[in-house]
Each structure stands twice: as structure tokens, then as C-alpha cells.
Design a protein around this ligand. Structure first.
Ligand code: FE
Ligand code: FE
Ligand code: ZN
Length: 276
């Protein structure tokens, strides 16, 4: 069965997101844990969280994805910025325990001139501080486009991070189709890309896919998402992604420039393109 959803606003709480997802034909979704600036999150309402847990179970949702604020930088040169990332992610993970068994995705960070090696060291240090053996959330490294000094543009970099994290049984990877296209991995040769992913990282680490078209050409290192079929990847190749035997059971999440109606249309299009 296709598990497909999109990014939703969390402003009305947990259960409201589940209901919105149902209304647009989704059976997974993603949301920001707090506003992108990373400021204080709203108090958790345990009843609201429990209502969502119930809804997800009742409607056979795939795991949902909480996305860390994208402004956090665990690889910053500034200790205060790193501490802010650490405290925010730690708090997010504690809150995720109210909706156990789901995913928490973050952008590994930008080394801002310190070099990839130093950046990876800082990211691993942070992860080793915040992951616990008891947590019920899987933390995902997102594949990045490589704009600026972003870490995570190659499978090697992600593999290196995973290898140095002690609790890496609590970790996985989220593959963003726009980002890997912009990083230079050609989705037209999906088999080759997944073979390389398997060799470097291991396909069992792959827990979710961000399904986006890209405004820019292969290897552009830009990260500008396009609607499905409105970019340089195209509908046919994105359909091959949701149908690939190694991917087809994963949760797919749209982060395309759309309102809810647009998302509903893309979800219904992808359902038509999916071979059960
Ligand atoms: Fe992201
Ligand atoms: Fe993404
Ligand atoms: Zn992006």
C-alpha cells in the first residue's frame, strides 16, 4: 500500500493534523516541531497527543515525521549556536515520546568553513549527547543538496556520521529526491543510486522519502523544490521512485510548493501512478 502524505502546519495541534491528513487522502504527514526560528514550542497537550496516536493507529498510518527547525546548525562554529541546536533537539525528542514509534528528521548542518571533517565531528558529538537507549523515536539524517557548506550531500558523509554515533540503532536516513538530484545523484538511474546508497549506508537505514521535484538541473546544489512534474526530475521518474521495490513500502512525504488542495491533487495523482 502506498504511504503518502505532505508537510502540514502544526499550529492547531496534533489531532488536527491527523484529521487534515485524512481529509486530503494522506496516511502519513510531516510537521515542524516548532516555528522555523526554533523558538519555544507550545506546551504538549497529552490528551491531544493521545488522540493523534489513536487516529494514526485506527487509520493504519505509516510513521509520521517531525522535522526539526531547519535553522538549527549542529555543525556551527559558534558554541552558543551548537548548544541551542542541542537543547532544541533534546526537547523535541522528549516531546516525541508522547507520539512514540515515529520519526524525527533533521538537517545535519553546515560546517561554515571549518571543513567537512570538523562539521561531522560536531554533529556526532551532539547526537551522542542527546540520543538515549530508551527513546522510541528514530532520528533521521536528511540527504542534503550541498548548498553552501551543507554536510550530508554525499552518502559517504551520512555513512560517516552514522558510523560514529554510539546509539545508531536509533538512527536512519530520509532521502529527499530534490536534494539528491541537486547533489548530483541522477534519479533517472534510480537503480544505480540505490545500489550506491546500499553499499555506502545500507538500505535498511532508509526510513522515509521526501518526494519533491526540483527547479534546478542535476548537481546544481540549490535546493528549490518544485511541484510534482513542475521541475527537472519529472513525474515519470518520481513515479519510478514510489514504485521501486526497495522503496515502495516507505512513507513518502511531499514538500512541494502547494496549498492543501494542491497537496490533495498530488496525493491522488501519485495513488494513480502507484502499482499496488
Ligand atoms: Fe528538510
Ligand atoms: Fe526535505
Ligand atoms: Zn529542501
Amino acid at each position: 500500500m502506498l504511504h503518502i502524505g505532505c508537510h502540514l502546519s502544526s499550529s492547531d495541534g496534533f489531532e488536527a493534523m491527523g484529521k487534515t491528513a485524512l481529509r486530503i487522502g494522506a496516511n502519513t504527514f510531516q510537521f515542524f516541531t516548532r516555528n522555523p526560528r526554533g523558538s519555544k514550542a507550545k506546551e504538549i497537550d497529552p490528551q491531544d497527543a493521545a488522540a493523534l496516536v489513536h487516529l494514526l493507529k485506527e487509520h493504519h498510518f505509516a510513521p509520521i515525521i517531525a522535522h526539526a527547525p531547519y535553522t538549527l546548525n549542529p555543525a556551527s562554529a559558534d558554541p552558543k549556536t551548537r548548544e541551542f541546536a542541542l537543547l532544541t533537539m533534546q526537547d523535541d525528542l522528549q516531546r516525541m515520546e508522547y507520539v512514540p514509534g515515529n520519526l524525527y528528521n533533521f538537517h545535519p548542518g553546515s560546517h561554515v568553513g571549518q571543513g567537512t571533517e570538523k562539521g561531522i565531528e560536531l554533529i556526532c558529538w551532539l547526537l551522542n549527547e542527546i540520543l538515549t537507549s530508551k527513546q522510541q523515536t528514530t532520528v533521521l539524517l536528511e540527504t542534503m543538496s550541498g548548498k553552501g557548506s551543507e554536510i550530508g550531500r554525499t552518502f559517504e558523509e551520512l555513512a560517516e556520521i552514522l558510523s560514529r554515533v554510539k546509539q545508531n540503532d536509533k538512527m536512519g536516513v530520509c532521502l529527499d529526491t530534490c536534494h539528491i538530484h541537486d547533489a548530483g545523484y541522477s534519479l533517472a538511474k534510480l537503480d544505480n543510486v540505490l545500489t550506491e546508497f546500499d553499499k555506502k549506508i545500507g538500505l535498511s537505514r532508509l526510513k522515509a522519502v521526501h518526494l519533491n521535484d526540483s527547479l534546478n538541473p542535476l548537481g546544481a546544489h540549490k535546493d528549490r523544490h518544485a511541484v510534482i512534474g513542475g521541475g527537472q526530475i519529472g513525474t515519470e521518474i518520481l513515479a519510478s521512485v514510489i514504485n521501486h521495490p526497495a522503496l515502495k513500502e516507505l512513507p513518502f512525504c511531499l514538500e512541494t510548493p502547494n496549498d492543501l488542495e494542491g497537496y490533495a491533487r498530488e496525493i491522488s495523482l501519485l495513488k494513480k501512478l502507484y502499482h499496488a
